[in-house]
Write a protein that binds this ligand. Structure first.
Ligand SMILES: N[C@@H](CCC(=O)N[C@@H](CS)C(=O)NCC(=O)O)C(=O)O
Length: 346
């Protein structure tokens, strides 16, 4: 028996459903964050809730910090205006969902680049902008000289971080017992430690500098000599938008290249007259290296004019010109004995 063809109305409905699926798939594939940011007129940056040096609003409510300046650098490259940003404060636990769901265009929040965060959560890290490692702080009165003496200690840490995982690894690999006392925010963790709830406080070395300033008597505490992990911090974007990934990645490289070439916020205009071909390319005087990123030829000049080069960002927020006074260490350029090395603009 021959089956009759489905009625035209059903065929039309199927056709429409196929069209909807295809249109939705095309839209998903078309992810164009730069276009979205331009249409919106502002970059949406996911930042720390409050960590001095990395991301914290000042007395007037203006966001300041190393990670904040990375957001400003991206906004400057796009709009020639580092103020066209909406900052979204994110906890350690919520930061990746906020990026995945599209709530933020960019995550710039002392976030460690790990394999599972990248490959397992649909993200891409754009380039290490701060080399860190985890450490411990203890009250001086305990008289400890090494983390290996922390057997049986209670340790305050923060949830949803690599900190929590490294802590367990360290004690397991040293065959020591410990009690983790975890908190949702940095503030709660440091307050608990300050009130004597824990024998030790653990976090990234950079955050130890920052959180120590919040203690009632910072001078009564010491940082133990061990660095128990690698914490390479990097901004992150969603997978599936290569141009946006490149734009954020090259913003970072431009900051490093500018430092290497001696281009600063103060001299960037004068440097456009330089004879050095590398400087001329970086600043868009020769060639057009912005086009592939969807930007104008002077994209890197805009960045440096707005926020300075990498070294200026570092010293202002974390280094000698800040309250933290963190030495450059691994975060110096490769030419200065550190690890930062950017590919060239050419
Ligand atoms: N780098 C680590 C730790 C990041 C982290 O959240 N660090 C704490 C340092 S205390 C922080 O920034 N807390 C701020 C907050 O959540 O209020 C990671 O990516 O998991």
């Amino acid at each position: 028996m021959r089956k009759s063809a489905p009625p035209p109305r059903i065929l039309a409905a199927i056709g429409f459903a196929v069209f909807l699926v295809a249109a939705f798939a095309a839209r998903a594939v078309r992810a164009d964050t730069l276009d979205d940011v331009r249409q919106r007129g502002a970059l949406i940056c996911g930042v720390n809730i409050g960590l001095a040096g990395f991301g914290l609003p000042d007395d007037r409510g203006t966001w300041r910090g190393f990670d904040i300046d990375y957001c400003r650098a991206v906004a400057a490259a796009i709009f020639d205006d580092p103020e066209k940003i909406k900052f979204i404060p994110l906890s350690g636990k919520d930061r990746f969902t906020a990026l995945q769901s599209g709530e933020v265009d960019l995550l710039s929040r002392n976030t460690t680049w790990t394999q599972s965060r990248e490959a397992g959560q649909g993200l891409l890290f754009t380039g290490i902008n701060y080399y860190d490692g985890q450490g411990f702080m203890v009250p001086k009165r305990l008289g400890l000289a090494s983390a290996k003496q922390l057997a049986g200690a209670s340790i305050c840490a923060q949830q949803g971080t690599t900190t929590e995982l490294n802590l367990a690894d360290y004690f397991r690999s040293h065959g020591m017992k410990f009690e983790a006392v975890v908190f949702a925010s940095a503030d709660e963790a440091i307050k608990a430690y300050d009130s004597g709830r824990c024998d030790a406080f653990t976090t990234d070395g950079s955050a130890l500098y920052s959180q120590r300033l919040k203690l009632t008597r910072p001078e009564d505490h010491v940082v133990l000599p061990e660095t128990i992990s690698k914490e390479p911090f990097s901004p992150a974007v969603r997978q599936g938008d290569d141009r946006w990934f490149n734009l954020v990645k090259w913003t970072h490289f431009a900051l490093l290249d500018a430092e290497e070439l001696g281009v600063t916020a103060a001299n960037v205009e004068a440097m456009k007259g330089s004879d050095n071909p590398e400087i001329r390319r970086l600043l868009g005087v020769e060639g057009d290296y912005g086009a592939g990123l969807g930007l104008t030829p002077d994209w890197a000049a805009r960045i440096v004019r707005a926020v300075g080069n990498y070294g200026e960002i570092f010293e202002r927020n974390l280094g000698k010109d800040s309250a933290l006074k963190i030495p450059r260490g691994l975060n110096a350029l490769w030419t200065g004995g550190g690890l930062h090395y950017a590919p060239p603009v050419r």
